[in-house]
Design a protein around this ligand. Structure first.
Ligand code: ADP
Ligand code: MG
Length: 364
């Protein structure tokens, strides 16, 4: 029995070192069901590309196993793994037409001419590039080239597609359009996808699950809403979305809540996530939209803090307010622009608080 039973893609205790000394991937465990869209998200150098390269077969694991459909692929060469790939820099063959670029992976797989033509046409239609078959890559825009790269990765109908920052070179609007097209295609075709990015918005909007990488390890693997709302450690809380951090010491733990004495001397309520005992140092994490500054939603016995408004920004749909509170000048709250929502002015003194369940006591 292994943890990967029934998984389509599995990494089992995988390590990678390029120089025989430093591990750039450390004890990686991951298993994906068929059809899942999983994103590896993390800062530059955290080991994402290395993991993708090992799965593709261009790098070998120093330790551990990688399984595809239950079979170890450590000794299967890249072109026999049936994996489609898309990279940031397109990597189309410049001397070939669009149709020839797409036909190439089919020729390699010894597919006959008429079937090739049919598949190329279908793949081009899929990415709305049907009328560009005769062009050279240089005659296409960046977004169009990336659509062709995507079509080329899909043309031989792989069960698994790997994408490494495929939209990194494109402007924001095009990126958003293609994000939508890629996830739609992947789900429609039932393709299992491993997608790499350092862009958290991209990861959150596209993925069934996100593996947050840092320092060669998966820090948390969860669906987007869980990552944002229930970060398991300070790294994830800081890396995903906007976050307020307050530092202090655990004073009391009672089941699902704990009391933290902040370094400023203030007392707050939190969920003990990543602290184990009274006396532990902690960084508590609270999202800007979960802070209340009227007491309506708070329990009567909730602790509150006095805060000074430093900045009030009208953003249309929301108000973004920066506060001085508990020794920091960088505490952000976000409130919805509703008819009855109070607008604040720098210098105002307010009282803020939160439900203990919205505030997480994490590792310091
Ligand atoms: P990411 O894709 O998350 O930015 P990488 O997997 O590219 O991270 O890199 C992880 C670490 O491995 C980095 O420290 C990087 O410098 C190192 N590294 C990546 N590729 C090689 C290589 N071919 N030879 C030596 N070191 C490498
Ligand atoms: Mg990379």
């Amino acid at each position: 029995m292994t943890s990967a039973d029934g998984a389509f893609v599995a990494f089992e205790r995988v390590q990678k070192s390029y120089d025989g000394i430093n591990l750039v991937v450390k004890d990686l465990n991951l298993s994906m069901p068929k059809g899942e869209f999983l994103t590896m998200l993390g800062p530059s150098g955290s080991g994402k590309t290395t993991c993708l390269m090992m799965l593709a077969g261009f790098e070998t694991a120093t330790h551990g196993d990688i399984l595809l459909d239950g079979v170890s692929i450590n000794n299967i060469p890249p072109h026999k793994r049936g994996i489609g790939m898309v990279f940031q820099n397109y990597a189309l063959f410049p001397h070939m037409s669009v149709a020839e670029n797409l036909s190439f992976p089919l020729e390699v797989r010894k597919i006959g001419k008429s079937e090739r033509e049919e598949k190329v046409k279908r793949a081009l239609d899929m990415v709305q590039m049907g009328s560009f078959a005769g062009r050279r890559p240089a005659q296409l825009s960046g977004g169009q080239q990336q659509r062709i790269a995507l079509a080329r990765a899909l043309v031989f109908e792989p069960e698994l597609v790997l994408m490494d920052e495929p939209l990194g070179a494109l402007d924001k609007q095009l990126r958003e359009t293609l994000q939508f097209e890629i996830t739609n295609l992947a789900h429609e075709l039932g393709i299992t996808t491993v997608y790499v990015t350092h862009d958290q918005t991209e990861a959150l909007t596209m993925s069934d699950r996100v593996a947050v990488f840092d320092d060669g390890r998966i820090q948390q693997l969860a669906p987007p809403d869980e990552l944002y709302e229930k970060p398991e450690n300070s790294f994830v809380a800081q890396f995903i979305g906007e976050n307020n951090t307050l530092e202090g010491v655990v004073e009391q733990i009672k089941g699902n809540t704990c009391i933290v004495k902040l370094d400023s001397g203030d007392i707050i309520d939190a969920v003990p996530v990543n602290v184990s005992a009274v006396g532990d140092r902690t960084k508590v994490s609270i999202r800007p939209e979960r802070v209340e500054f009227n007491r309506e939603r708070l329990h009567d016995d909730a602790h509150t803090l006095k805060a000074e408004v430093l900045e009030f920004i009208y953003m249309g749909d929301i108000f973004r307010t920066r506060l001085r509170v508990a020794g920091t000048d960088e505490f952000i709250i976000k409130t919805r622009n509703a008819p009855d929502q109070q607008r604040l002015t720098p210098g105002d003194m307010i009282e803020i608080g939160w439900l203990a369940e919205d505030c997480r006591a994490l590792d310091a």
